[in-house]
Write a protein that binds this ligand. Sequence first.
Ligand code: AMP
Length: 587
Amino acid sequence: MGRILGIDLGTTNSVMSIMEKNGPVIVPNSLGERVTPSVVGFTKSGEILVGKKAKRAAIMNVGRTVFSIKRHMGTNYRVRIEGKEYTPQEISAMILQKMKQDAEDFYGEEINQAVICCPAYFTDAQRQATKDAGEIAGLKVRRIIDEPTSSALAYGIDKSADQVILVFDFGGGTFDVSIIEVVSGVFQVLAIQGNTHLGGDDFDKRIVEFLVEEFKKSHGVDLSEDPIAMQRLKEAGEEAKIELSEVKESHILVEAITMTEKGPLSLDYTLTRQKLESLVENLVEQTRAPVLQAIEDAALSLDKIDTILLVGGTTRMPAVQRLVKEITKKEPRRDISPDEVVSLGGAVQTLALAPIEGDLEDTLAARYGKEKPVIIHMTPFSLGVGLEHDQFSVIIERNSTYPTEAKDIFTTTHDFQEAISFPIYEGEENIASENTFLDLLRIEGITPAPRGVPRVEVTFRLNPDRILEARAEDLATGVEKKITIAATDARLSESEKQRMVKESKDRVSRSLRERIQENRIEESQSVLSRSEEVLANYAGHPMESTLRKKTEDLRSLMQQGGGDDRKLGETIDDVNRLITIIETAAG
Ligand code: AMP
């Protein structure tokens, strides 16, 4: 049995880990970093960049860089680049494929299995899409596991005492809170609440809006119409936000952010933590109600919660930590990195899936005990079918544990009716169509009979990945119809999936590390020649000497064979940025 990757496929960043003898460890990517930005960029020359490289090149690839694709998983959204369309599954697969390749390079062996974590509120369609993305990337997806459960697993498994854990997960794009009970190694999710449209990105937007206003006040120039200036502002704003989690003041300097007739203008502003906190105060406050609701849903009093776990980058903000402490009256744990905990739990989950071999078994038994972790999840929504008069008939109740199976019997409403359509919904409304439509289960060939006589049994089965399989059976004849649910149009057909798997394989014919090196050298060469052109065409430009100096730095790094990868990357970025500024100013 080969290694199994535990992957946190995040909205903003992704992280991977593997179970080692001494417990789960983070696997670094090809740049030696523990976190890979979930960003995919398409260059003009048709190359696909993933991770930090794509993020850094975003200024050069405005309109060809994909951020936060996770928000679109399980929908019909398409990314359109240079006339070609990509599904969210394909874009996510590019991220997963890079992670797989980096892990293979790190361990020097093929790795083709993974546990992928997804938000607890993800619907069937979103889970199926996540699974498809893994498969397109060449990974057998052994399990889709909820992120909060995964976090608790990373933390809770080597603690012998039973406990109740509150997981407060505030990332780049989403916020959710879960309450999990751990009893004798059994993890049970008691409640989930959250807001899928609240995250650190919203904080960045607030900072950018504020800086745009400040710039307008001091210089009378509106930066909001200029996509490159906005992208640079977003990066600088996010950097300041992150810095302000550690220090009280952050100096934001974006040089030559715009050109005027009098020359370039820079944005120069000192943002204080206090100002930042006032800008985002009501966003932080929006996390309060879901926490209180989750505690109420779990039917617990505050003092029954033993442990507060912080997950996601935004929980590093002091204002967020203060609020959590104020609500829960407890000090959150700080011993596991909020960026890594989900992925580490994914690696722990692999224990429950695979026969563990040899000495790994003994070491793990010493650490975790002989019992493998058992996880019991609960569905956050009811699942059922729409009947006559749009009535909603629930088959699997909200907060049921899964895997589970439930059935109900229905009949016809007209004489000699030969087919019945069951629209499947998830939600809590009595009026079926006010819930979320998932798919249509239609059974044909029912033996003709007066209405009310045929007996059609509908069975819902929720598998361990919380993907729903629905079956309808005419009990008189045994005729049946079975479907696996994913929002109909968003679901990939088997042939589409196979095509994507093939395209994805073609992309990794060379090792990613080789490609990164080659790309870096190619990129430097092309940037140097563009810079020569720009220096020749725009002699006398106010930024000319700055560009000349940075170009010389780049040339000397190249003469040393590229030097330090990080330094080279930063110098390429600097030269690129200056070229863009000079060219943009010249129209
Ligand atoms: P995640 O989705 O968990 O990767 O979280 C990413 C979000 O966390 C982004 O919005 C980051 O800007 C934010 N973030 C990361 N580190 C910090 C920090 N030290 N302080 C505040 N926000 C942070």
